[in-house]
Structures are given as C-alpha cells and as structure tokens.
Design a protein around this ligand. Structure first.
Ligand SMILES: Nc1ncnc2c1ncn2[C@@H]1O[C@H](COP(=O)(O)OP(=O)(O)OP(=O)(O)O)[C@@H](O)[C@H]1O
Length: 245
C-alpha cells in the first residue's frame, strides 16, 4: 500500500524543508506497481519499477510515454485512486483530477453536475455558482448548462469533466489526456486557462500523447520501462518514437 503523507508535516527524521521543498505540492517517490493476474497461469504486468516525480507550485509538467507505458497508472497512484506496491506519495494541498474516463452521470444536467461535485468538495452554493459561471464562460458551454450530460457532444462532455476537476481551485491539477475531442478554439481556451492557473501558482501535470507545442510546458517527463526521465531538452529527438510531437 502506498504511504500517503498529506499536509505540510514531515517525518521527524527528515531535515527541515528547504525553500525549494516548500514549493512542492505533490511528490511520488520510487513508485512500483505490478498488476497481478487473477488467472492461475496468467501473466503479471510490471508497470512501474521505481518512478519518481516532483511537482512544484506554478509549473506545467507534461508526462509522455507510449501506449501502455503506465501513465494512467501513475496518475491514479498520485491522486490516491490506486495503491502502489512500493513507494510514497506526498501531497501538500488540494488535488484536482481529470481522468481519461469521465466521472460524469448521464442523467444529470450540467448545472446539477456542478452542484453535486461542488457539494462533495464542501463548497457553498455561491462558490459553486461563481465557479460554474466562470468556467462556462472560459470554455464556452454557457448555452448547455441545462442540458443533460448524455445529450452533450464528446468535446462538451470533456469540457465539463475538466471543469469539475478545476472548480474547487486545487493547488495541483492532474489531467489525463485533457484535450482529446476539443476543437481548436477550445484547445486554445484550455491553454489560456492553464496559463492563468500557472500565474496563480497552481501546478498542472498533463498526460498526453500529443505534445505538439513544447514551449507551453516547463518540463516534460517521459515514462518508459517503469521509470520517469526528464526529456525537456531532448523532446524533438523523441519525436515519432514515444509520441512527443
Ligand atoms: N486493472 C488492470 N489490470 C491489469 N492490467 C492493467 C490494469 N490497468 C492497466 N493495466 C495494464 O498496465 C499497463 C499500463 O496501463 P496504463 O493504462 O497505465 O498505460 P497508459 O500509458 O496510460 O496507456 P495509454 O497511453 O494507452 O492510455 C498496460 O499494459 C495495461 O494493459
């Protein structure tokens, strides 16, 4: 089971945090994960073998890797949805999480969806309304607020999925393939939103196959063979090989 340390308290044995450490909002250290087969002669899948990642306030980090390299597994461990076999996750602040598979309920309207998740986050009705209206304006879904989720297009569902992860103003936002299905204008609006979050000190980690504009990221990490490597300066040489374009 992953050891999760939430908040600013650190084990007594560790030395005082440095100024750089105080900016750390999320840290995964030496994470290992193998999916065991339930079948007697089935194959186990060793996905993470000691992956470490540190995410600091106000940075935008891209996480790339081939299909099946373990990006979603890593994200699920970082947000606490899945336990690692080994390693620790250290969280300092509120986490927002936008998974690849939407967490939306088909029969609710967009408005009801905001209310449901807002209440779960402990927000009051005024805070919920103002977050909803701000995000609806930025991502341009104001006209769909009274639509049921199952009546929305894929791109609009994805906008709501992203907004739900954002509405409680998290300190670190983890996004798994966030712009799949976005049209170009929404893609640009997404980056405006990310720039505004970054400006406010929110950290944003984005899993994507498609990193076609590297300058939008402060760092790019590649997940391969179970570990993460910083490839920020060699991104272009990875093109075509690992999906960094
Ligand atoms: N619940 C599970 N049980 C068994 N194996 C799993 C499970 N979830 C994922 N896997 C396997 O673990 C490996 C990593 O999967 P994961 O979804 O984390 O990769 P990914 O990099 O996010 O892939 P993609 O880019 O295709 O979305 C894959 O081989 C996958 O088949």
């Amino acid at each position: 089971m992953t050891e999760r340390i939430v908040g600013t308290e650190r084990p007594e044995s560790e030395s005082e945090p440095t100024a750089g450490d105080r900016d750390v909002v999320l840290r995964g250290s030496d994470l290992a994960k193998t999916y065991s087969s339930r079948l007697p002669f089935g194959r186990s899948v060793e996905v993470l073998t000691g992956a470490s990642v540190t995410i600091r306030r106000g940075e935008v980090v891209g996480i790339v890797g081939g299909n099946g390299s373990g990006k979603s597994t890593l994200m699920k461990i970082l947000v606490g949805e899945l336990d690692a076999d080994e390693g620790t996750v250290d969280v300092n602040g509120r986490v927002g999480w936008c998974p690849q598979d939407e967490l939306l309920y088909d029969r609710l309207t967009v408005e009801e969806t905001f209310r449901l998740f807002g209440e779960a986050y402990g927000m009051d009705p005024t805070e919920i309304e103002s977050a909803r209206d701000r995000l609806a304006e930025t991502l341009d879904f104001e006209e769909f607020l009274d639509y049921r989720i199952d009546r929305l297009s894929g791109g609009n569902r994805q906008k709501i999925n992203l907004s739900i992860a954002l509405m409680h103003d998290p300190d670190v936002l983890l996004l798994d393939e966030p712009y799949t299905g976005f049209d170009w204008e929404t893609y640009l609006a997404f980056w405006d939103l990310t720039a505004a979050l970054r400006e406010r000190g929110t950290a944003v980690a984005i899993i994507s196959h498609l990193i076609n504009e590297q300058e939008r990221f402060d760092r790019i990490l590649e997940l391969a063979d179970g570990t993460l490597t910083d490839v920020t300066d060699e991104g272009s040489s990875q093109a075509g090989e690992e999906g960094v374009r």
